[in-house]
Design a protein around this ligand. Structure first.
Ligand code: PSU
Ligand code: MN
Length: 300
């Protein structure tokens, strides 16, 4: 299998510098152009400021890219025909020469291939509301159950069924760790109304936890839930009305499968008149900073 490392990632690997994986579905399906490309660049700059090297991951023409050159990122950010890759179709895209962005699940697989231990995203996929009839449970959860990567997120998106999402993570033995909080953050809001199962307060403590898991021979991912900065949150009381509307629209338009999450994020952008996007950018940047700090702590 061909793997292309960007020049910056190749140099970092040679020098043994800390790396942070970044997903690309947020670029192709999570944010509109040009905000998506601007955000991807800003997130990469934050990782570098913290002394680590960002590796944005995508499959371009069947080739797995670990780190995107600026022109690749530009092209991906404007492409409208790429696949949204998860575990089920990651190898298919490689085998058939397709271009696709990687979700949390596929980015974890790629990070493992490249030996990258830490990955920053916005919010993971989870159990959708109504999953008892739709069976819509994101493959991100089963990936967390089996692939050894620390995933830094701002909780699960509040469009999901958060109690069920926590149950599935618990069943699968995934540590869900609040960063500096006892409460599960809910993406756009700091507060979901739910407790987070575990808590750690520093990047060093998270690195120590990773070492303990390794010593115990425990495989699988770890989820770090890092609340959105207070200055950018949309309080739960306010966002819930928009979520209800977006979910009703998805149902009325028969949106299913892979299209559900992008549709809901797009509707939230319209309903909040762009505020959901501003919040989304702030939380991804915040997660990138922490992920870089964890990647560095893992090296010391
Ligand atoms: N977080 C964001 N925006 C996104 C996503 C996460 O801030 O677009 C993407 C991630 O790639 C995640 C995916 O893996 O949504 C979940 O999709 P699904 O629910 O179809 O598994
Ligand atoms: Mn789904």
């Amino acid at each position: 299998m061909d793997i292309v490392y960007s020049a910056a990632v190749a140099a970092a690997r040679k020098e043994g510098r800390a790396l942070v994986a970044l997903e690309s579905t947020i670029i192709t399906h999570g944010m509109p152009f040009p905000h998506n490309v601007e955000t991807a660049r800003a997130v990469e700059a934050i990782v570098r400021d913290e002394g680590a090297e960002p590796a944005t991951i995508a499959v371009l023409g069947g080739v797995l890219h670990i780190g995107l050159e600026p022109e690749d990122l530009d092209r991906l950010g404007q492409a409208s025909d790429g696949m949204k890759l998860s575990r089920a179709d990651f190898a298919y895209a490689i085998a058939t020469g397709k271009t696709g962005s990687t979700t949390v699940a596929a980015t974890m697989i790629a990070a493992r291939i490249a030996g990258i231990d830490v990955f920053a995203t916005g919010g993971i996929g989870g159990v959708h509301r109504g999953a008892e009839t739709s069976f819509d449970v994101s493959a991100d959860l089963s990936e967390l159950a089996q692939t050894d990567v620390i995933v830094v997120c701002a909780g699960a998106k509040a469009i999901l069924d958060l109690p069920k999402t926590l149950e599935v993570l618990e069943t699968n033995g995934v540590p869900v760790i609040g960063y500096g909080t006892d409460r599960l953050p809910a993406f756009w809001s700091r507060e979901s109304g739910l407790a987070v199962p575990l808590r750690l307060d520093s990047a060093e403590a998270i690195a120590g936890h990773a070492r303990a898991r390794r010593d115990c021979g425990l495989s699988g991912g770890t989820l770090i839930a890092n609340p959105i900065p207070a200055s950018h949150e949309i309080a739960a009381g306010e966002i819930n009305g928009y979520i209800a509307q977006a979910l009703a629209d998805a149902e009325a338009q028969d949106i299913t499968g892979k299209e559900v999450t992008p549709f809901l994020l797009g509707r939230m952008f319209e309903l909040t008149e762009g505020r959901s996007l501003t919040a989304n950018i702030a939380l991804v940047e915040n997660n990138a900073r922490l992920a870089a700090q964890i990647a560095r702590a893992l090296q010391s």
